[in-house]
Design a protein around this ligand. Structure first.
Ligand code: ADP
Ligand code: MG
Length: 362
């Protein structure tokens, strides 16, 4: 127990923290990571890549190991009003496997840690693990450990995924060169539009409990939000086509933001063509229904877990017939910046497309 003097000290500290909050928010997620980690140094020769890519790389003498970890928090990353626990478990694994795919590696082992509050029944946690198991089977992953604890409120899931590959196959965010083609897998903006639909139906339900959610014709985008897939199939495809991208990142925070990371880490500029950005018809129609620009949703909507990568021009012929890959632009000199060429031919800086307060602090 604290005595009164200690409690006063503590209060002063908390008040100070409170005043400081604006500063934390102004740093943003990446600024905060940088702020907290800048005084840490890497000296071990085995540490080939530390903070700053989709996964860290460790040289194991022979193969290299890639490791990535992520945390999902109830009511920040998922809402049990509309996300079944089985999907939450699946998505937790898939989103982490996606970070390993982003290194051009196939994940092989996983550790799963959970903190659960007293509102969770055994059956509920079992359901979560049905999803975890389904994802382990889908991505050929072995569950090798984790941790279990209690939380005051809600559910926390922390996942660590590990994969191995020969050094020559591992792709970082930093290898793109001027003239390289910029490619994406699948289509974009669907997960974000799925979330908009689910949020709308949640509000309708909260206002009138008799109303049934109307998800008619929204199955694809709702699926993209609730049960996304990591694009391990694209890693298999690239292997089959004998293409090793020059750089790669997964699209978890939106294409615009990932292009920013990729170009910053590779010291190149990017030119993206709006008419080449792949958008599914259902995403397109739903964006219009919500009075949103489909392009803005595709550029800035998060959680698509598609892969964004660059290839040398000489590899174009190898990928040009792959229906699931789109070439959306190319890398330019760094000083040319990051640009979007709109359908009408206007050139707009990529950052200007972003919605400033769009992303929560995740
Ligand atoms: P991703 O979106 O690909 O999961 P993040 O944006 O979460 O990656 O993280 C960016 C980088 O910062 C990664 O290399 C990650 O390991 C590292 N990182 C994130 N949070 C922390 C932290 N609290 N301490 C140290 N490193 C961190
Ligand atoms: Mg990532």
């Amino acid at each position: 127990m604290h005595n009164l003097k200690e409690m006063k000290e503590l209060r002063k500290y908390i008040m100070f923290e409170h005043k400081d909050k604006a500063h934390i928010n102004s740093l943003g997620e990446f600024g905060l990571i940088e702020h907290l980690t800048k005084s840490f140094t890497i000296t071990k020769k085995e540490t080939k890549q530390s903070i700053g890519d989709d996964a860290a790389i460790i040289d194991c003498g022979g193969k290299q190991q890639v490791i990535s970890t992520d945390m999902l928090i109830e009511n920040i990353h998922f809402d049990l009003m509309y996300a079944p626990l089985v999907h939450v478990g699946y998505k937790a694994i898939a989103s982490n496997v996606s970070d390993i795919c982003a290194m051009n590696v196939k994940a092989s082992q996983v550790l799963v840690s959970i903190a659960i509050s007293s509102k969770y029944s055994l059956q509920a946690v079992e359901e979560l693990y049905v999803g975890v198991r389904a994802a382990c089977e889908k991505y050929d992953l072995e569950l090798i450990g984790g941790d279990t604890s209690t939380s005051v409120t809600g559910l926390v899931i922390s996942i660590t995924v590990i994969g191995y590959a020969d050094e020559k196959y591992i792709v970082k965010r930093s290898g793109a060169k001027v003239g390289d083609l910029i490619c994406v897998s699948g289509d974009l903006g669907g997960a974000y539009m799925g979330l908009q639909v689910l949020e709308r139906e949640k509000q309708v339900f909260l206002e009138s409990k008799d109303m049934q959610p109307d998800l008619e014709g929204k199955d694809y985008i709702v699926g993209r939000q609730l049960r996304p897939e990591a694009r391990k199939d694209i890693i298999d495809l690239l292997e089959e086509l004998q293409v090793i991208p020059s750089s790669m990142i997964d699209i978890s925070d939106g294409l615009s933001s990932e292009l920013f990371h990729l170009s910053k880490n590779s010291n190149v500029g990017v030119k993206i063509y709006e008419d080449k950005v792949p958008i599914d018809q259902q995403t397109y129609d739903t964006a219009l229904e919500f009075n949103l620009s489909p392009t803005t949703c595709a550029m800035n909507g998060g959680e698509d877990y598609e892969l964004l990568f660059t290839i040398t021009q000489k590899d174009y012929d190898k990928i040009k017939n792959s229906m699931d890959l789109s070439v959306i632009g190319y890398c330019t000199d760094e000083h040319e910046g990051r640009e979007l060429i709109t359908k009408s031919g206007n050139v707009v800086p990529l950052e200007a497309q972003g919605w400033e307060n769009f992303k929560s602090f995740e």
